[in-house]
Design a protein. Structure first.
Length: 384
């Protein structure tokens, strides 16, 4: 993290102090430069210097914002990007003329301070000895507030991304679950309709079979009654008194005199008709059973689909709660951002403040606003 506390540069002479300055991270080098020349051109050029710094950090592939200088290749790329006509060697030669770089020195990198000294044709002696403000305590507090804002934004951005991803996934799953449930319910309704149709087709055959079975049962009952009475009379004709035996024999003779053939024929005919009806009904009965099984399967699938849809709806509700938490984190970021802005405004009104440093913090806060919703004081990234 950059160290923005105002201080005097270490070193026995100005060249050593410049070397110390160029060892700072990009942000600290630039803030020192802005503080030194704020009233001369710093305020006017602050936004351009901001852009220079971002490009330096971008081209520093290894250290990014924690770096302090670019190698020659990326320094050339930097100069080309901003359409600077000089080369790195020409830049160094110019600085050697001013004494900023020793004649025999062969730097391996190009610190952003070296570029700024050349770009604005400034005196490095003035730079390294420039006042950095006399409100070190307040500047440290301003940096603390910025750090709080940065942390709050990290939390809110992480929660917002998590909540957004969870909500999109939950919404997608709920849509799929609703569609699956509808499809399952449609299949269930279709299965029930097919079952009803199968039952209707089977009905006349089932009724005919049932009627024949009832008639057959009646004939069998009559035959059983005949056989039962016959057995009873045969038993009585062999037991009891002579009178009782004779009576039973007479009744048995009368019973046997009756012709059982019509009854037997009727039974045989009825059995045949029943079997025929059963055979005719069989495919319709099988179709009904198949339809019933399909309907049960469809009902189970519909129940499972409803359960899945319920789970998906619960997940969506959970994602909505996560979104509310993310909104709360955004609100906390907005509150801390406003607090930091108010504090910087107060510091700017005080004499002796490090103007370059305060501008830089305000500019960083402006960048943070890009991550706030516009309704909460954010700015559009295209307009920022």
């Amino acid at each position: 993290m950059a160290d923005n506390k105002p201080k005097v540069l270490p070193g026995a002479n100005d060249a050593a102090k410049l070397e110390a300055l160029t060892q700072k991270v990009y942000k600290d080098q630039v803030i020192w430069f802005l503080n030194a020349f704020w009233d001369d051109f710093g305020e006017k050029e602050a936004e351009n210097i901001w852009k220079f710094t971002l490009k330096y950090q971008d081209l520093d592939l290894e250290k990014k914002a924690e770096g302090n200088g670019l190698d020659e290749l990326n320094a050339h790329r930097f100069l080309e990007f901003f359409k600077e006509t000089l080369t790195v060697h020409e830049l160094r030669d110019r600085l050697r003329e001013t004494g900023a770089i020793a004649q025999t020195a062969k730097p391996k990198t190009v610190p952003i301070t070296h570029f700024l000294l050349f770009k604005y044709n400034t005196d490095f002696h003035t730079l390294v000895n420039a006042s950095q403000g006399d409100n070190a305590k307040e500047i440290a507090e301003a940096q603390r507030k910025l750090d709080e804002v940065s942390k709050a934004f990290e939390v809110s951005e992480a929660r917002a991304k998590e909540a957004s991803a969870a909500y999109r996934e939950a919404e997608s799953r709920e849509r799929e679950a609703v569609a699956s449930e509808k499809e399952a319910r449609d299949r269930e309704a279709d299965a029930k309709a097919r079952e009803a149709e199968a039952i209707e087709r089977e009905a006349p055959f089932k009724q005919a079979q049932q009627e024949l079975e009832a008639a057959l049962a009646e004939l069998k009952a009559q035959e059983d009654a005949y056989n039962s009475k016959k057995s009873e009379l045969q038993k009585k004709s062999e037991e009891g008194s002579v009178v009782q035996q004779n009576k039973a024999k007479n009744e048995l003779a009368q019973l046997l005199a009756e012709d059982p053939l019509p009854l037997r024929r009727a039974k045989i005919t009825q059995e045949a008709a029943t079997k025929k009806a059963e055979k005719a009904r069989a495919p319709f009965e099988a179709a009904t059973k198949t339809a019933e099984a399909a309907r049960r399967v469809a009902e189970e699938a519909a129940a499972e689909a409803s359960a899945s849809r319920h789970v998906a709806s619960e997940a969506k509700s959970a994602s909505e709660r996560a979104k509310e938490a993310a909104d709360a984190a955004v609100e906390e970021s907005r509150r801390r951002l406003q607090e930091a802005e108010d504090y910087l405004t107060e510091l700017n009104s005080r004499p002796g403040s490090a103007k370059g440093f305060l501008w830089w913090l305000e500019r960083e806060l402006q960048e943070k606003k890009k991550y706030l919703p516009e309704r909460k004081g954010g700015v559009r990234k295209a307009d920022a």
